[in-house]
Design a protein. Structure first.
Length: 458
């Protein structure tokens, strides 16, 4: 939409998730081009020019678009497998299948993963893709192309693995890269696809997979590469008790100390899971402003444990929410993670004081923007920020009797999305995607899942 063309949204509740948690029981939002021009209580100002559209949002809550901070899209075509395994056994069970993926499969899986998130209020997504079997095609380009076509703001965390079975790792030997090959391919992906400008639709991060699937040298040189190129760093950290034991046996220290020794703590770093963190670990993350992608459903599915999110937040650690791969979170949705983050954390030491509804919403919006390094652009509704926002319908049977709209959104059933905007462009209407054919994606993902199962079976 041209910068001088406007969309006016009125008669809605608004949760801005700004620094003061400003909310309006009945207010308006004015979008001009791809930016939020103004918002506030009551009706929009009179006399606005070039208004292309007025939306009566009675019965709706408007929030910032949700930000997904950790995912593995390729897993969409291996959902429902190894359902009673812990992380290490789950990886051992699935790596032989994952090692057979190709570009066509990855494209279909990315379509399924992104479609499911986008129709549920995600406006900024990321994918940590780290499986690059030899001869599998341009997997990074395929994923980025899907995000572009769907109209979702996107970060590709270009992953890598160089520690295979022969080196004591879990992946098959043919499913990993060499140290030099991984670094070169990652640099090429950054140079081809990363956009550092304000409002960028595509960014790239450097993302070796995990301590038990990459060499120390890949971690160290990966961090040096990211900082030379001016991009962010992402990996898995402190996910399970077994990972902690692995690090202590192999490196003589726990995961956090190991990451620090390889240059992997800093305000340009975010890590997935961080379940098994002691006080010293949390203090190190807070001191360095290292971010965390909290994945409550996946942590529960794999019996990894309960991350100490309340303690992280109290210490000043940036924390966002992640779906994680859909082979460990079959729903593939982020809006359900708002509720799961709140409920699961209340099973921990802080009990009912662990998280409240507004803290959960902040994790899924501003927190995600923080860990992706984009809090100045997205994650809250403020004049000058990008027009990434969602209209949640809360006047139906599922929510109408809950007086507080934020409580309804977080504690209640998954709310329908009447409209979702990315960069000022509407991509969802009445819980259906406008940019792609959902039914065609369902057919292609089923076909590619079957093709992968047949190949892996051979």
């Amino acid at each position: 939409m041209a910068a001088d063309r406007r969309i006016v949204i009125e008669n809605c509740s608004i949760a801005t998730v700004d620094a003061h948690d400003t909310e309006y029981a009945s207010g308006h939002v004015v979008v001009a081009g791809n930016r939020i021009e103004s918002l506030g209580a009551g009706r929009a100002p009179e006399g606005l020019e070039n208004v292309d559209r007025r939306i009566d949002a009675t019965g709706h809550l408007v929030t910032p678009g949700l930000v997904n901070s950790h995912h593995h899209y390729y897993q969409w075509i291996t959902r429902g497998l190894a359902t009673d395994h812990n992380l290490f056994n789950w990886l051992v069970a699935l790596y032989p299948t994952w090692a057979r993926i190709d570009e066509r499969m990855v494209r279909a899986a990315a379509e399924g993963s992104l479609a499911m998130m986008a129709r549920g209020g995600v406006t900024t997504a990321m994918d940590h893709h780290y499986v690059f079997p030899q001869g599998s095609g341009d997997l990074s380009g395929a994923i980025i192309g899907v995000a572009r076509d769907m109209g979702v703001r996107f970060t590709l965390a270009r992953g890598s693995m160089d520690r295979s079975e022969k080196d004591g790792g879990l992946p098959p030997d043919f499913a990993v890269e060499t140290l030099d090959g991984a670094l070169a391919a990652t640099e090429e992906t950054v140079r081809r696809h990363h956009d550092a400008s304000f409002g960028a639709m595509t960014q790239v991060a450097v993302a070796p997979c995990s301590p038990f699937s990459v060499s120390t040298e890949l971690l160290r040189q990966g961090a040096e590469l990211a900082r030379r190129l001016g991009v962010r760093l992402h990996t898995h950290g402190s996910e399970t008790v077994e990972e902690e034991q692995f690090c202590k046996e192999l490196f003589g220290m726990g995961p956090t100390d190991y990451f620090e020794s390889t240059g992997w703590l800093g305000e340009d770093v975010w890590m997935a899971h961080c379940v098994h963190m002691n006080d010293s670990d949390i203090a190190a993350f807070a001191r360095t402003k290292t971010g965390v992608a909290h994945c409550p459903s996946s942590n529960a599915r794999l019996a990894a444990g309960i991350a100490r999110v309340p303690d992280m937040l109290a210490a000043g650690v940036p924390v966002g929410l992640g779906v994680d791969g859909t082979a460990s979170n079959e729903s593939g949705e982020l809006h359900t993670e708002l509720r799961n983050a709140l409920l699961i954390n209340r099973l921990g030491a802080h009990r009912e004081a662990a998280l409240n509804a507004r803290q959960a919403l902040r994790l899924g919006t501003y927190g995600g923007a923080q860990v992706l390094g984009r809090a100045g652009e997205i994650g809250s509704l403020e004049p000058g920020k990008l027009a990434d926002l969602v209209l949640w319908k809360l006047d139906t049977l599922a929510h109408a009797s809950i007086a507080d709209p934020v409580t309804a959104l977080v504690f209640g059933a998954a709310a329908p999305v009447t409209a979702s905007f990315v960069n000022g462009r509407q991509i969802v209407a009445d819980n259906r995607l406008l940019t792609v054919d959902e039914d065609a994606i369902a057919r292609s993902t089923r076909a590619e899942a079957q093709r992968l199962a047949e190949i892996a079976g051979r």
